[in-house]
Design a protein. Structure first.
Length: 327
């Protein structure tokens, strides 16, 4: 396999040197309980180090349903922004096996202020305790609840975009498929940041990325095994469990996809973007040279990360300002 270091952006390479690594990479899924505890402790420490921002309020809600447990939703909103507010329905990263709703508060809070939008973070259930499509079902429940309760919450139910990062990007994409197939109102957009879409792990990039330590092939195989069990990589997988399995990608919302060139998800993301566009979905695609998985999280002040964040925020702002198409 090729050595990834010579291909890596220099700033990102230096940042990678500071990431604690186990023999199984930064995210050791062979010991999920320990990795979850360490992940939560690190995220909570980062959140605790940030001063409270009085310009944003945080509310905790439960989206109820009759066919499953209620879905916790963490709602951030600008304190002084006039409503009704557009909403970003957010799915956190963590390969669908790690993470929790509050982990992204340090950067979702200023995003909410900058865009003048509410951010509804779905605390979706994780695998292996809840196999797929449990997370997407939680996403669908959250979207339906937001649409139904928007007026009461001071939100604009016609301007709900969905977005997610890594494993959460895969859940967001699966949620969009469920919304379309169950006849829900089409989201304003889906913004997918290096999304986890394909359980088959058969692309060139899924075989190439083995030596970086940030969600390499071996980690991804373990994650999909947790998400799907023995069905991973077989013909017994539905699009709501692995969105790359969907043959029909028509009638989905306008889509933003960003991925690094040194990400094992690179080729499945590029293929998804190409197939969306071929089926008439507007797509904005960004490929970042020399960037590994989660580069913007690991090196947030790097030039590539700053460029990505500016591009992503601009996309969200443009979409929120776009008048929804009448039903």
């Amino acid at each position: 396999m090729p050595d990834s270091r010579p291909l890596m952006d220099q700033e990102l390479s230096l940042a990678l040197d500071a990431v604690p690594m186990t023999p199984n990479g930064a995210f050791d899924l062979t010991d999920l309980a320990t990795t979850r505890a360490a992940f939560r402790a690190q995220a909570e420490s980062a959140a605790d180090s940030m001063p409270a921002d009085p310009s944003v309020t945080v509310e905790e809600h439960l989206a109820s349903r009759t066919d499953g447990p209620d879905v916790p939703i963490r709602l951030l909103r600008p304190t002084d922004a006039p409503g009704p507010l557009p909403v970003l329905l957010w799915f956190h990263g963590g390969g669908q096996v790690l993470g929790f709703a509050a982990q992204d508060d340090p950067w979702l809070t200023p995003l909410s202020v900058s865009l003048g939008c509410a951010v509804a973070v779905v605390d979706y259930r994780l695998a292996p305790e809840t196999p797929a499509p449990g997370a997407a079902e939680d996403g669908f429940t959250a979207y339906r609840w937001l649409s139904r309760e928007a007026d009461v919450l001071g939100l604009d139910g016609t301007r709900i975009g969905i977005a997610g990062q890594s494993g959460g990007g895969g859940v967001a994409a699966a949620t969009a498929l469920l919304i379309r197939d169950r006849g829900g109102a089409t989201p304003l957009f889906q913004a997918l940041t290096y999304p986890m879409l394909d359980d088959r792990n058969h692309t060139a990039s899924s075989h190439e990325i083995t030596d970086i330590g940030i969600w390499d092939r071996s980690t991804n195989l373990l994650a999909w095994k947790a998400i799907l069990g023995d069905r991973a990589g077989t013909d017994d997988v539905r699009p709501y469990e692995a969105p790359a399995r969907a043959a029909d990608l028509g009638a989905l919302p306008p889509t933003f996809i960003a991925v690094g060139d040194l990400d094992c998800f690179r080729d499945e993301d590029l293929d998804y973007a190409a197939r969306l566009r071929a089926q008439g979905v507007p797509v904005e695609l960004h490929l970042y040279p020399g960037a590994y998985h989660a580069f913007d999280v690991i090196a947030p002040r790097s030039r590539l990360a700053v460029t990505f964040h500016r591009t992503w925020l601009d996309y969200l702002d443009r979409r929120f300002r776009t008048a929804p198409t009448p039903a």
